[in-house]
Design a binder for this molecule. Structure first.
Ligand code: ASP
Length: 326
């Protein structure tokens, strides 16, 4: 299992100071990307995804190719237990995957509840390019994938199976913040032409109900972009992101003049307002990344622990996102 953060105890139920919101937000500025190209992606595994995506962009490749090729690296990595091969299964021990992709013309493709295919992002791209539809799910998505030459394989690794068996001992659905309902990879890219694209791929919340679909394959929720303005993508509790049309809202706020940082922060805080009296607030973590048409980018999350990887001319790294609650 990926070991990421050491603050989990702190983030558990009962230790979060609700009154702190939004005072703990620290820096109030988006990172200005003066030059193109730019790529940003969620979480630690964003680094390896960017390492594949950025050279493509540097060579003059399209943002669309970059966001597909970048996240494929993470889909194929069995050590990442939240995406593709090796992802945590649902309550029935089945690994079910969600993904979507969007291009500069607002073309988009999506697959949900897809099983046995390592690269749902590439199936999503085929849905976008080869069908009159946007979204295919379950058996139909699998059938389509096979018709396009994708091979079926078992995605449940021994490690994920072991974790599942351990979970079965108690069988409680109580997602652990920053571990069990997170770590989708979402990627946004701005190419040398000044065009945007985005991708998002996940095995979804660990131990979800069989058939559950999160925000990640839903255009407007897990991912959205408008080539005139910018793009945004989400990670975290998918139900919360769907309820608020999270990524579409971030982009719309940017259209109204907000910086990527302010837009991500406002939508995060709106989600908190919606959840603050709900029982499931204890499981709530959401994080957004946003990239503007001018190369400005930012990330923001409700709770501490979200980070994103960035790469632009002369600069790359991993940035801890600002947050509202410790
Ligand atoms: N947003 C994803 C979902 O709810 C989880 C994640 O970010 O890993 O399916």
């Amino acid at each position: 299992m990926i070991k990421r953060r050491d603050f989990l105890g702190k983030a558990a139920l009962g230790t979060v100071s609700l009154s702190a919101l939004p005072t703990m937000a620290m820096k109030a500025e988006s990172k200005k990307g003066a030059k193109k190209p730019v790529v940003i992606s969620t979480w630690n595994h964003g680094v390896q995804a960017n390492e594949t995506a950025y050279p493509l962009l540097e060579k003059g490749g399209t943002a669309l190719d970059a966001v597909e090729m970048g996240v494929r690296v993470v889909e194929a990595d069995p050590k990442v237990m939240t995406v593709g091969l090796g992802g945590f299964p649902d309550r029935e021990g089945k690994v079910t995957l969600d993904a979507c992709i969007m291009d500069k013309h607002s073309n988009c493709g999506s697959v949900a509840f897809l099983q046995n295919i390592v690269h749902p992002i590439s199936v999503a791209r085929k849905v976008m390019e080869e069908t009159p539809h946007i979204m295919l799910v379950g058996e139909g998505a699998l059938q389509f994938a096979k018709s396009q030459g994708f091979k079926e394989e078992n995605l449940l690794t021994p490690e994920a199976e072991k974790a599942y068996k351990k979970w079965l001992e108690e069988s409680k659905y109580q997602p652990v913040i920053n571990i069990e309902n997170h770590d989708t990879i979402s990627m946004l890219a701005l190419d040398k032409n000044g065009d945007l694209a985005g991708s998002c791929t996940t095995s979804g919340a660990a131990w979800k109900m069989h058939g559950r679909v999160g925000d990640s394959p839903i255009i407007g929720a897990g991912l959205f972009l408008d080539n005139e303005v910018g793009g945004a993508a989400a990670t975290g509790l998918g139900e919360a992101v769907i309820r608020t049309a999270g990524s579409a809202m971030v982009v719309e706020l940017m259209r109204q003049g907000d910086s990527p940082y302010d837009a991500c922060k406002k939508v995060t805080e709106r989600i908190y307002q919606l959840y603050k009296r709900r029982d499931d607030l204890q499981y709530l973590q959401v994080g957004f990344i946003a990239l503007s048409k001018t190369g400005e980018y930012a990330g923001y999350s409700l709770r501490k622990g979200f980070n994103y990887a960035f790469q632009e001319p002369g600069k790359n790294g991993l940035s801890d996102a600002d947050f509202s609650m410790d």
